[in-house]
Write a protein that binds this ligand. Structure first.
Ligand code: MN
Ligand code: MN
Length: 463
């Protein structure tokens, strides 16, 4: 099968556009290192571009018209955007979906302790990580502490140049003979992922003086007490900004690109529609909790999206249980998530004909799954044909892939959940190297080409 390299197909002008887009994307990654920060950053942006909150329209009882831009937020961690099309909603929407949670370490509920003159925050990692990758490097803490009186304290420390950072220690090589004999999964155990957060003892304090010193700083800085950790969501992420990678600055090395690369490009694709009135309603849904199974009130399995769509249909004067079901079944979706990029250093884990490559464009995965496609949403051939037609007619460079060789591993996405409505869904996204590592790599070419692919889908899809 013929393969194309995006860089070779682009004019200088398009390469410059892609470069400018990559910079905006990198700014987004720096601003959004948690689900909440991603939602907040995007809401600020889309409100400037004319998006109005669904709740506001409901309160006013205002009926949206074609071209109107509407959004809803779920518990500050999940965002859905709609740009109303010409056709009634029961005829279906063109939906882009991605997730905005990323692997990391979360602070436990009772986290603070002191040992041998060092204060620690105990953690529980989130999502699938190679634990040995998360030690001995600068880490930042992002999140919220909600106090008993309901006030929310925002925490973001470790990113500014003069901020302190934190770290998980690792055993020095000189004493690591026994450690290095262990399996990689056991080299660093989950309970060893504890963050060092301080070391000066508070004067005139007998017991846990270092811990007392840290608590004093937390009180002064955030006005929080130790018990406030009970109602906190603090995420420990690699400190530092997204960077261009390679002498040719062709790639982006950054934390959280799984799956913020698809989330940002999806949201931006909706904004690219500007004031164009599309035939069908364009929609983008960005969810939390994908990395732990799409569970919970803010994961894809929650009814949030269905409820928001029902509310919107009610406002449009076309809600009924049957119309809602019809609208969802008639919708088509690109469920986007990062794809495993072919890594020449680990070539034997891929089947080269069916692997994605950095620089070869938007990736479509007809199926994912493991051991006989287990757990996969295997997109219909008719739908895949429709997608090929859209992408080719808009000159989008795309490739098709599986996640690794047969029986080597697996990976899940949100596709199967939306498929429950009976809609056509296909997995797609951007090829990534070092997926789930503290720093993940993408190609600027793929990031921009994928965004262009999303725009083509929003404008042309509908079966
Ligand atoms: Mn993932
Ligand atoms: Mn993902």
């Amino acid at each position: 099968m013929e393969k194309k390299n995006v860089w070779k197909t682009w004019t200088e002008e398009r390469a410059a556009e892609a470069d400018a887009f990559a910079r905006e994307y990198m700014d987004f990654l720096d601003a959004g290192k948690t689900e909440r920060e991603c939602v907040d950053t995007l809401v600020n942006r889309i409100e400037k571009e004319g998006y109005v909150e669904l709740k506001t329209l409901i309160d006013k009882g205002e009926k949206p018209k074609p071209g109107d831009k509407i959004y809803a937020v779920n518990m500050d961690k999940c965002l859905v955007m709609y740009q109303i099309g010409k056709a009634p909603m029961r005829e279906g929407m063109n939906i882009l979906g991605a997730h905005i949670d990323s692997p990391r370490m979360d602070v436990k509920q009772n986290p603070l302790y002191e040992e041998s003159g060092l204060a620690y925050l105990d953690t529980h990692y989130y999502g699938g990580i190679k634990k040995y990758q998360w030690v001995a490097q600068p880490m930042a803490i992002h999140g919220v502490v909600v106090k008993k009186d309901g006030t929310t304290v925002l925490v973001n420390v470790g990113e500014a140049e003069d901020d302190p950072v934190f770290f998980v220690s690792d055993l020095l090589i000189h004493l690591a003979g026994e450690q290095l004999e262990k399996k990689a999964a056991k080299v660093i155990e989950g309970e060893a992922l504890d963050l060092i957060v301080g070391h000066i003892p508070l004067k005139d304090t007998e017991k846990d003086a270092v811990m007392a010193g840290v608590l004093k700083i937390l009180k002064e800085t955030y006005d929080i007490e130790e018990a406030d950790f009970l109602s906190a969501e603090l995420e420990i992420v690699p400190a530092g900004k997204a960077r261009e990678a390679g002498f040719d600055r062709s790639m982006i090395l950054a934390y959280g690109q799984d799956d913020r690369v698809c989330a940002y490009t999806s949201a931006r694709a909706l904004l690219e529609l500007k004031d164009k009135v599309t035939d069908r309603t364009a929609c983008c849904i960005l969810v939390d909790k994908e990395e732990i199974g799409s569970v919970g009130a803010t994961g894809m399995q929650s009814r949030f999206f269905e409820n928001a769509t029902a509310e919107l249909m009610e406002l449009m004067g076309e809600y009924s249980e049957l119309n809602l079901r019809r609208g969802l079944a008639n919708s088509v979706m690109l469920s986007s998530d990062v794809s495993a990029g072919f890594d020449p250093s680990y070539a034997d884990k891929f089947e080269k004909k069916n692997a994605s490559f950095l620089g070869e464009g938007m990736v479509f995965n007809k199926f994912t799954g493991s051991r006989g496609k287990g757990g996969s949403n295997d997109a219909n051939a008719e739908y895949m044909a429709h997608i090929r037609q859209i992408m080719d007619s808009s000159d989008i460079v795309f490739q098709t892939a599986e996640l690794g060789k047969v029986d080597v591993g697996s990976g899940g996405t949100i596709a199967y959940i939306m498929a429950l409505y009976g809609m056509n869904v296909i997995d797609c996204g951007v090829s990534v190297l070092n997926m789930h590592a503290p720093w993940e790599a993408t190609s600027k070419a793929d990031v921009y080409e994928t965004m262009r692919g999303y725009v083509a889908f929003l404008e042309k899809a509908g079966m």
